[in-house]
Structure formats: C-alpha cells, structure tokens
Design a protein around this ligand. Sequence first.
Ligand code: AMP
Length: 395
Amino acid sequence: MKTINDFNFENQKALIRVDFNVPLNEDFEVTDATRIHAAKPTIIKVLEDGGSCVLMSHLGRPKGEVKEELSLRHIVAAVSDIIGVEVKFVSDCVGEEAEAAVASLEPGEVLLLENLRFYSQETKGDEAFAWQLSKLGDIYVNDAFGTAHRAHASTTVVAQYFDGNKCFGNLLAKEIESIKKVMETGEKPVLAILGGAKVSSKITIIENILDKVDHLIVGGGMTFTFIKAQGGNIGDSICEDDKMELALDIMKQAEAKGVKIHLPVDVKAANAFDNNAETQFLPVDQIPAGWQGLDAGPQSLELFKEVVLGSKTILWNGPLGVFEFENFANGTIELGNQIAEATENGAFSLVGGGDSVAAVKQFGFENKVSYVSTGGGAMLESLEGKTLPGIAAIL
Ligand code: AMP
C-alpha cells in the first residue's frame, strides 16, 4: 500500500483528490470545516517536500451544470486560512485554463480547481475527462475517503494514467488502516456494536462481520425484529416482519461461528414516538400494545458494559436509541462512555458510518475513541466487505 510517505514531492505537482464537499450558509461561508482540516496533513507534507498541490473536489450535486452557488470559489478563503498558504483558484477543472494555471504553479503553492461535478463526465467515470484531469499533476494522490466507494473520474478512473506515481493521502491511509485493524488484524476479543433503525440496511454488514468478530451487540430499532422473531412482545416498537426469518438465521449462523450475540434485555419504552411521551422501563420482550422501545434500559447497559470493557477491538455503527430525542439519548451516551473507557484502557475503537458519527460528535466523544471515520457510505461498504473502487485503483 503506497502512501504519500513513500514519495518525495520535491519539484513535483501533486494532483490531490480531496473531499471539500463542505456545508455553506446563505452567505457562502463554510459552516463546518472538518473535511478541510482532515486534508491538511497531506497538503502540508507535499509542500514541505518542496512540491505543489493541485486540489480537486466536488461540492454538492450540480449534476453536470455550472451552478455559481456550488462554485468552490466560495471556500478559497477558508482553505487558505486552514492550510496557512494563499490558495489560488482556477474557474475550470480541465482544459486550457486549468492547464495554464497548473503550468505556472511554483513549489510551495496550492491551486484549487473548480467543482468537478460541473461536468457530468465526472460521476460517469468518463475516460477522456479523466485523461484531461491526469494532465494536471505528476503524482496522483487520493485523499477522499467519502467518495472512495464511487468509480468516478477523479476518484478512480484517473489513477490508471499514473502508473507507479499514485498513492493514498494521509487521511485515506488512516481510514484503510482503521478498517483493517477491525476486520483483519485487530487484537481479540473483537466486538462490533450495530445499532440504528433497521435490520435491512445493516444485513450485509452483519453477515460479513460474523466471520471477523467474537462479540456482536445488536441495539437500537434493529433489536425488535430479533426479539419478535424469538416470540417476544414488542408492542408498537419498530420492526421489520419480513426480516424475522433472517434474524433467526443470523442467530444460528452466529452460534455456528462461535460469535456471541448480545441483545438488550430491557428498554425505555414510550407511549408515543415523541421526546415528551410518557415513559417506563420494561423487559425487552414484554412491551404492551401502545408502547414502543426507544432506548436501551439500565440492565442492558450493565450487560453491554461488561462486553465493551472486555474487548480489545471495538467497532461502533449505529445508535442504541432515538438519540435525537434528549429523553432517549442515554443509552447511546452511556455506550459512548463505555467505549471511551475501553479505549483509555488500551482498546482500539473505530466509529463509522452514518448516525453514530453524528452522535459521537454531538456528545463529545470524538477525541475519546481511537478513530472516527469521515465517510458514511464508504465506511458501510467497507464493513460489508467490498473493495472500494477508489482504493482498488491505487492498489
Ligand atoms: P442508522 O442510520 O441505521 O444508523 O439509524 C439511525 C436511526 O435509528 C436514528 O435516527 C435513530 O433515531 C434510529 N433509532 C435508533 N433506535 C431506535 C428505536 N428503538 N426506534 C426507532 N428508531 C430508532
């Protein structure tokens, strides 16, 4: 696996695919610069070597049309600020103007290209467009994990024109290493915690992960499909009846593979899907009609704590309850605390994919776990066992 550390960028122009798909407010100011900060180490390494950076990214979904509100021009000041170098901008990402801007780039300079998705060829993975992009650098660096699961021109196709001169940026390398730690090289016992709303959206992950883990905690809304399948009463809790067979099959598979599945034993139930609903704690399999489980109960959290603290490698994907409602966030927060404690004791913890990342940020666990993934869809597909096209293109 080649990373930027395997190259000396002196007098080289690095064509770097970054993920600067950042949120803007109505004054076109960047409201969350996390992704720009995340790309900084790669950019700095190139500059410190004595090279220059040509940055390419998408912003939003312009669908092949030039849309002024989605111009990357708006973020130039923010990127300059964060990188600490006056960033140049060119209002096209291919063609004469872009090529001229690259040609005049000196070592130590940074150039940002216009939004790649102003061309529909980008998302189509068009070869001619990728070839045009490839003219804008000597070494291709992919540092955009968030789009690594897309076979787009700038994330995948362009790599074929950089035989030997292509590598992973710092961020993408860290993502790959974190996933590898959980899926392949992690110290045992390995624990996966899967929560969230539905079994159907996590099924491929569960099936893939059963071969990698020693323990699996199933939480959140997914719980109830498992409990009902085993004959429990779940009241009005969220459930996918057509996935009950599958839930039983997963339990059988887990047993055959020696994986211990842990389900909640009690819930905080509500008489409506509402933060201010009436609540009571109930056994997970004795929820009457008119009530629904919206968070893990205290006994479940005790049980989970033992498993979490006993694990050396932990993957967390999906909340344990409806954490968006303050009154049903406790299970998710407690689990975050447990993972933080395990991490402090030396475990490796990876949080990835969708809502658990939001929860981790909201409740301030970001710096208390080993790694928080930056790519939702890309992380989910990695956990499903797929080789992402953007990663394969470099390997
Ligand atoms: P996911 O995107 O699959 O990780 O699902 C996250 C969503 O699951 C969040 O919006 C949670 O509110 C929701 N969720 C978690 N637990 C429950 C539950 N017991 N009932 C309904 N929704 C839940």
